[in-house]
Ligand binder design. Structure first.
Ligand SMILES: NC(=O)c1ccc[n+]([C@@H]2O[C@H](COP(=O)([O-])OP(=O)(O)OC[C@H]3O[C@@H](n4cnc5c(N)ncnc54)[C@H](O)[C@@H]3O)[C@@H](O)[C@H]2O)c1
Length: 261
């Protein structure tokens, strides 16, 4: 993982306030550090309070501004409270990145999937994306616009090579939410896009499969390696930036050529 950027090492997001879910590790952790390094104030949402706090501590140590917002994105009251805390602190929300998304066991067959696993995967990925949008959008409308970036997956663009049907279906739904929101809120200046990463070298993947399987997976990717979190974060930063001002409703594959649209 990259070292935390020193605060305001560039000013691309000066004055912006971001709410990032799943920001305690992996892609989200790198993202909040980089957003802060580019001048944003960051609401760090994670189910695990210690992870949210660790991201906040790293950002503050580098001179940035961040607020730990521990919450389960599938819980309406918790999401509402987290968003209102962020808004209460800084009076605006410009960027929402829906990065939180849980998953079931690797290589689990659909007929062996417990209903609880299905519901949990949908609660974090689908209900969570909906709830965060629901509570952030009114503040974006008041503020004159914003950016929403939903994190889907190659699973939602095709079929997960590792995870079960629940994950493929949930990430497909995230793409549907993106498309719908993009049409609903373009006139409010809110641009909504999806990034669909391929497999990433992350704690998640390391916990799911052996190194041997990761090497085998890499052979299926035309670029020949799994993504690093930074490969994904750079594209999220682009989608959140002024450079993407004419994009909404897009599904951006960052999969090393695994997915061809
Ligand atoms: N890692 C990959 O290979 C990969 C590939 C494609 C897409 N993605 C997607 O990218 C996103 C980030 O993946 P990652 O591997 O970096 O993250 P991850 O799985 O390591 O999780 C990041 C954080 O999300 C938090 N989280 C989980 N459920 C939550 C909930 N209900 N509410 C709030 N926080 C919750 C976890 O506590 C964790 O700290 C996910 O949406 C994932 O589906 C990941």
């Amino acid at each position: 993982m990259n070292p935390v950027l020193s605060h305001a090492s560039n000013s691309r997001f000066d004055g912006k306030v971001a709410f990032v879910t799943g920001a305690g590790r992996g892609i989200g952790r790198v993202l909040v550090e980089q957003l802060s390094g580019a001048g944003a104030k960051v609401g760090v949402c994670d189910l695990v309070p210690e992870r949210a706090q660790a991201s906040v501590d790293a950002i503050k140590a580098a001179g940035g501004q961040a607020l730990a917002l521990p919450a389960d994105v599938g819980d309406e009251e918790q999401v509402s409270a987290a968003v209102e805390r962020l808004y209460g602190e800084w009076g605006r929300v410009d960027i929402l990145v829906n990065g939180a998304g849980s998953y079931g066991a690797a290589f689990r067959k659909t007929h062996e999937t417990p209903v609880e696993e299905w519901d949990q995967v949908f609660a974090s990925n689908v209900r969570g994306t909906f709830l965060c949008a629901k509570f952030v959008i009114p503040h974006m409308v008041t503020g004159g616009g914003g950016r929403i970036i939903n994190v889907a997956s190659n699973a939602g663009r095709s079929v997960s090579p590792l995870l079960g049907c629940s994950y493929t279906a949930a990430k497909t739904a995230v793409i549907g939410i993106t498309r719908h929101l993009s049409r609903e809120y373009a006139k409010d200046g809110i641009l909504v896009n999806t990034i669909a990463p391929g497999p990433v070298r992350s704690e998640r993947v390391a916990g799911l499969i052996e190194e041997e399987s990761a090497v085998e997976l890499a052979t299926q990717i035309p670029i020949g390696r799994l993504a690093e979190p930074e490969d994904i974060v750079d594209v999220i930063l682009f989608l959140a930036s002024d450079a993407a001002r004419y994009m909404t409703g897009a599904i951006v594959d960052v999969s090393g050529g695994l997915i061809l649209s």
